[in-house]
Design a protein around this ligand. Structure first.
Ligand SMILES: Nc1ncnc2c1ncn2[C@@H]1O[C@H](COP(=O)(O)OP(=O)(O)OP(=O)(O)O)[C@@H](O)[C@H]1O
Ligand SMILES: [Mg+2]
Length: 255
């Protein structure tokens, strides 16, 4: 049985999708059978995972509402061990109410995560910001969770909320482990970035924050714009190396 690893955060734009696509690619590069699932209606995985040209755009939302079957939504990527399930048609819609309702009121998401786990070593789930009903459902069926925290002062205000939220879910899902908080977009030359990193390390339990830090790099930004994980596009980049190291650490932990 594989593991479901959810990437969640209270705040938006902190590097969840970047973390999801790069960890998924790095796991697959290690030979682990990996699937990345995008449950965020924004559907950003589609732009970052490195799909083949002319790929279909349907995905999880279309499976959820019964229009597509699992075979149809499971898309190949440039890596033989990596498949992707995109958000699907919900990412073109402005109203996500029905999508959220289906997730909250049916067991389709839970069942999909269980099936994916049975067939893969690692299931990486990219989520929308916040701890809404979609993220709750994901965490109820996950074994691992990572919380990216952007190294900027505002990040600190929202961290206690997400930790409390995860704690509440862990009480219901005893299989779930908070693997760690991941400092992202770290800029060593910015004193404010350093201050946030120091503050987080000082105020949170030591084992709750990964030693590995993801730097903000030009290559990471460009890779996303070019539609590819930076670990594949620019392997020598510092952010790419940090993601590969994190994947190695997690893969060893999950063994
Ligand atoms: N290490 C990095 N270096 C440079 N840019 C980065 C890095 N990580 C993320 N970014 C950029 O920051 C922006 C936000 O990242 P991303 O989309 O991964 O965040 P998110 O948490 O998934 O956002 P949302 O909450 O909207 O889903 C993107 O433009 C991304 O390319
Ligand atoms: Mg995202």
């Amino acid at each position: 049985m594989g593991r479901v690893l959810a990437v969640v955060s209270q705040k938006g734009g902190v590097g969840k999708t970047t973390t999801s696509v790069n960890l998924a690619a790095a796991f697959a590069r290690r030979g682990l059978k990996t699937v990345i699932i995008d449950v965020d209606p924004q559907g950003a995985v589609r732009y970052g995972i490195g799909l083949r040209r002319g790929h279909p755009t349907y995905g999880f939302a279309d499976y959820l509402n019964g229009v597509r079957n699992l075979r149809e939504i499971l898309l190949p990527t440039a890596l033989p061990w990596l498949r992707a399930i995109l958000a699907g048609s919900v990412s073109d819609a402005t109203d996500h109410t029905f999508y959220q309702q289906l997730i909250a009121e049916t067991s389709v998401l839970r069942d999909l995560l269980t099936t994916a786990r049975e067939r893969c070593d690692i299931v990486v789930v990219d989520t929308p910001p916040g701890l809404g009903p979609i993220v709750h459902r994901v965490l109820e069926a996950s074994q691992h969770v990572i919380v990216p925290l952007q190294c900027e002062p505002l990040a600190l205000q929202t961290t206690p909320q997400i930790l409390r939220g995860i704690q509440e879910i862990v009480e219901k899902n005893r299989d779930l482990t908070l693997d760690g908080i991941l400092l992202t977009m770290f800029e060593p030359s910015h004193p404010s970035s350093q201050r946030v990193a120091d503050y987080v390390r000082e105020h949170l339990p030591r084992n709750m924050v990964f030693d590995i830090v993801i730097p903000r790099t030009e290559a990471a930004l460009e890779a996303f714009a070019a539609g590819q994980p930076v670990v594949l596009r620019t392997p020598a980049d510092a952010a790419a190396q940090a993601y590969v190291n994190l994947a190695t650490l997690l893969a060893e932990r999950f063994r």
